[in-house]
Design a protein around this ligand. Structure first.
Ligand code: WTA
Length: 665
């Protein structure tokens, strides 16, 4: 575990001093209206307390009851098995299928003809799939996959833009028991290659192109480049997204298949595979403290139950709602709250392909008005961007259909919270600030909308079954320190693909029997949690996790770079931004555009979203006598705050020159 005094302990104190100053002044409470509360699934604090205590005192009974609301081909022998902790298992020996629960389960009711997915493409094209139509499309594609030899347990990488085929592909995999690994379409060829090779995927599903701000990006070319170095890939399925006549796409005979051809003549009935509750459902790669992204494992039964219940209660979902989660499905939020959570609840879900400012800055609000969106779930970075763009954009549209708002991915500052509340929510919509992670599968801490008054900037109280605490380094309970989860929960990760030691060491070894998410937090007198951000070397840029070690190793792979240190600094809109300090090889001749060259290098190695805000070239890096880079000092310099204790520096003059250098840039 890379939590050291340098990266974590001091960081918490530092964050505490800065962040707590703002949030300590934040005493405002926003309770839901009586009307909202009385109509909601959990409408009073008493009800929350009762259910919460049941879920903590008797978790097996609680989850047994919830799981019974879903379809199982065979029920479990026991709810929770902790014999092999931290390798917990849920719903032992039960058989189910997540795609069946998301789609087939609804076909016998009025939901059959209800919109499951309302999709809008960036150019303005639109597709609405009812549950029946989704059933048909999922079955057809599942049969097409079968025809290509896909079977239970095969890994399939999905590299698609936000188009209906992305959700259909995931559901088709789940239907067959194939394990999907969705790769965000902003990742580079090298990132695809590494993920595919790590999980030995045998197929990639992609599209010829994707739309972004009016431009067509050639996705398939990126996949071609990646799979040239992926011996496990046998087939590539290509969805046509561009106008066929204008955008050429190379199809490699024998390996590449057009999606629309594959589904042309297949049956629209494909039985759902009976999956064991603990069979793999998906892998999702996320950044950690070392150079290599980890393949987070989620399995079938527990994830399903947890996505179902969090969706139902946190978003208070009702049959008449139109739910819009703006996250890309390439991240976990899209898995749990664009695809699985909404569908398993029989909800209507909006999916939008493109940029929020295309063709203009009113696009999101136009979509809310057009489809009558009633629940909007987005990221603080997006809200801060909308704030910058000005209230005149949402003012052009009728947003009265909205009744509930949510945020996710990063701490929200009270100012952005209030803006969201006033300008978007018209002061009538509760806001659920939801704390969770790729690893947790679903929402863990949030003020449930009908019963817990929200405090701007606080993620509120734990969800059912989630026992949260805050510990000091020594493992003592405290009001501020490390956030921990003290009980297993159904949606929890089951490990890291191919590296279960890393799973144990990363999440379960800081204190015995306690899950450590690597976030700092504070608890106030009302028991509300205030998340202070990561305490490891992961930076959260616009809600995207980027491992500083991963980025550092990318820099030093460049022939001109000798050493590098990457840190996160505060950013007004993105929450945090990356700053890279780079030392160059003496013999290397730097040209004028070298900073751009390094930015392109990062784009090629990881993706554009990982390019640092600033790259600072320096003669040396500040190090302790033992040679450890003093990140805290770099952070102080980049933040422009006072210098810390530099007596441990091998060469204190480095700092002075760094500081000057930073201020010049
Ligand atoms: C951060 C995204 C503050 C946190 C669902 C966590 C948050 C990381 C919040 C996980 C929130 C997520 N308030 N911080 N409401 N939600 N985070 O895996 O640092 O992409 O550890 O999952 O985002 O990011 P991930």
């Amino acid at each position: 575990m890379a939590v050291t005094a340098d990266s974590a302990g001091e960081d918490i104190t530092m964050k505490k001093n800065n962040d707590i100053k703002t949030i300590l002044n934040e005493n405002r409470m926003f309770a839901p209206s009586d009307e909202f509360a009385s109509g909601s699934h959990i409408g009073s604090r008493e009800e929350y307390d009762t259910l919460y205590h049941q879920s903590i005192d008797n978790p097996e009974q609680f989850w047994d009851r919830i799981a019974n609301e879903l379809h199982w081909f065979k029920k479990w022998d026991r709810v929770l098995n902790s014999e092999n902790a931290p390798f917990f298992s849920w719903f032992d020996n039960a058989k189910t299928n997540l795609a069946y629960n998301c789609v087939d389960r609804h076909l016998g009711s009025a939901l059959r003809n209800k919109a499951a997915l309302i999709w809008e493409g960036e150019p303005g094209d639109q597709r609405i799939l009812t549950y029946w139509e989704l059933y048909r499309e999922v079955n057809k594609f599942a049969n097409a996959l079968k025809n290509l030899g896909i079977k239970k347990g095969d890994r399939i990488a999905i590299y698609l833009p936000m188009i209906p085929e992305l959700a259909i592909s995931m559901l088709a995999c789940a239907r067959l028991g194939a394990v999907h690994s969705v790769i965000f379409a902003g990742f580079s060829a090298e990132s695809i290659r590494d993920r595919v090779n790590d999980c030995q995927a045998r197929m990639v599903i992609t599209s010829d192109a994707s739309w972004r701000k009016g431009n067509i990006l050639p996705l398939k070319n990126i996949v071609d480049e990646a799979v040239a170095e992926c011996p496990s890939i046998r087939d590539v399925v290509v969805v046509r997204r561009s106008p066929a006549s204008t955008f050429p796409c190379h199809i490699k005979e024998g390996r590449d298949h057009w999606y629309h051809r594959l589904i042309e003549s297949v049956s629209m009935v494909c039985p759902a595979e009976e999956m064991d509750s603990e069979d793999l459902l998906y892998l999702l790669y996320t950044s950690g403290t070392t150079g290599k992204p980890k393949g987070i494992i989620h399995t079938t039964g527990g994830y399903m139950v947890y996505a179902y219940l969090t969706m139902k209660y946190v978003f208070d979902i009702k049959p008449e709602d139109v739910f819009w989660c703006t996250a890309d499905i390439g991240w976990v939020t899209g898995h749990s709250y664009v695809v699985y959570g909404p569908l398993i609840n029989g909800a209507t879900c909006v999916m939008y392909e493109g940029a929020p400012d295309w063709p203009d800055r009113g696009r999101f609000w136009e979509i809310v008005e057009k489809y009558g969106v009633s629940i909007l779930y987005t990221a603080p970075t997006a809200i801060r961007t909308f704030m910058k763009w000005g209230a005149e954009w949402p003012a052009k549209f009728d947003l009265k259909s909205l009744r509930l708002l949510g945020t996710v991915g990063e701490p929200i500052n009270p100012e952005a919270w209030i803006w969201y509340h006033k300008i978007i929510g018209g002061e009538r919509c509760p806001i659920v600030d939801t704390w969770w992670q790729t690893e947790t599968g679903g929402i863990m801490i949030t003020p449930l909308p009908g019963c817990i008054p929200a405090k701007p900037g606080s993620a509120g109280l734990p969800f059912f079954g989630i026992e949260v605490d805050i510990l000091t380094d020594e493992g003592k309970p405290a009001d501020a320190g490390y956030l921990v989860i003290k009980k297993p929960w159904p949606g929890m990760l089951r490990g890291i693909y191919g590296d279960q030691d890393r799973y144990k060491n990363t999440y379960w070894s800081k204190w015995p029997n306690v899950y450590f998410p690597a976030d700092g937090a504070r608890r106030d007198d009302d028991g509300y949690f205030w998340i202070l951000g990561r305490v490891d070397d992961v930076v959260n840029v616009s809600g995207h996790r980027i491992g500083t070690a991963e980025l550092e190793s990318v820099f030093v792979e460049h022939k001109g770079v000798c050493e590098s240190a990457v840190i996160g600094v505060r950013h007004e809109v993105k929450g945090q931004a990356l700053v890279a300090f780079v030392t160059l090889r003496e013999e290397f001749k730097v040209h004028e555009d070298f900073e751009q060259e390094l930015a392109d290098w990062v784009t090629a190695k990881i993706g554009k979203f990982a390019v640092p805000e600033k790259i600072i070239f320096t003669a040396d890096l500040p190090k302790t006598r033992s040679g450890k880079i003093m990140r805290r000092l770099l952070r102080d310099i980049a933040d422009g705050t006072a210098l810390g204790n530099i007596t441990t520096l091998a060469d204190p003059s480095v700092i002075a020159s760094l500081k000057t250098k930073y201020e010049e840039d």
